[in-house]
Design a protein around this ligand. Structure first.
Ligand SMILES: [Zn+2]
Length: 247
């Protein structure tokens, strides 16, 4: 973690948080320099992001042989990544197949071990209270932190077991792993809310199926635990999409 630095870690976490709603090959589901820079609350202009952690993450991912996740940050004019993205990896500037593939690999990759150090710190000392005079940007940043914590809270409530199949993944370090899915997805065009009733704890396979509305969500088949209820409105939303996409 020290290797990545504070800004690099913040950038990586922002990108990992995006992944559930990213569709490889569809840059509209990625993030622009401007938006990433604003969400991170860094000073300067969006172009400065290269030197404010984004470049560090690119080099870090290459050195550690991780998927090239920095391809999620795109220029608003070209809808493509910065030139440096391909350069760092010694790729041609227009190697879009490689780019899409790296995004797909990023989606499937378990980034948690690389963020754990960051995530466990705010759990010990809740961060939101320390912000004495929140600016607009600070508010956005703390919202991202809360998102992460809300998803984590729900996964913990389910002891990291998939609400659809009951399976969990046991990591080499003994921790359990699951993913959180927003049933009515966040962001355009779905604009679902980031609330407990809209978040389901699932295994990676079921997560992909839900992301693509590939399976319906039958309330009777979903495993529940006390203290976490899914809102039927979001289940309906999901099922309507599932049905409309079926041929
Ligand atoms: Zn599952």
């Amino acid at each position: 973690m020290t290797k990545l630095g504070k800004q690099g870690t913040a950038v990586l976490r922002l990108l990992v948080d995006l992944l559930p709603n990213v569709r490889p090959g569809d840059p509209r589901t990625y993030i622009s320099y401007g938006k990433a820079h604003a969400l991170l609350g860094f000073p300067g202009t969006p172009q400065d992001l290269e030197y404010q952690g984004l470049g560090d993450v690119a080099v870090f991912a290459k050195d550690e042989d991780l998927p090239a996740i920095t391809g999620l940050v795109i220029r608003q004019d070209t809808l493509g990544p910065g030139k440096g993205y391909f350069e760092v990896y010694g790729k041609d500037e227009m190697d879009f197949t490689w780019w899409e593939n790296q995004v797909a690999l990023s989606k499937r990759f378990n980034w948690r071990p690389y963020l754990d150090a960051e995530l466990s710190a705010p759990r010990a000392t809740p961060p939101a209270n320390d912000i004495s005079q929140p600016t607009r940007v600070d508010t956005k940043v703390s919202r991202i932190l809360r998102d992460t914590q809300l998803a984590r809270l729900i996964k913990e409530k389910h002891n990291f077991a998939c609400q659809l199949c009951g399976k969990t993944i046991l990591l080499a370090n003994g921790e359990r792993y699951a993913e959180a899915h927003h049933i009515q997805p966040l962001g355009s065009p779905h604009d679902g809310p980031d609330i407990e009733g809209n978040i389901i704890c699932v295994c990676p396979n079921h997560h992909v199926e839900l992301d693509y509305f590939a399976r319906p969500l039958d309330p009777d088949q979903i495993r529940i635990v006390a203290g976490h209820e899914l809102d039927p409105r979001f289940l309906d939303y999901h099922n309507r999409h599932h049905t409309s996409l079926r041929r």
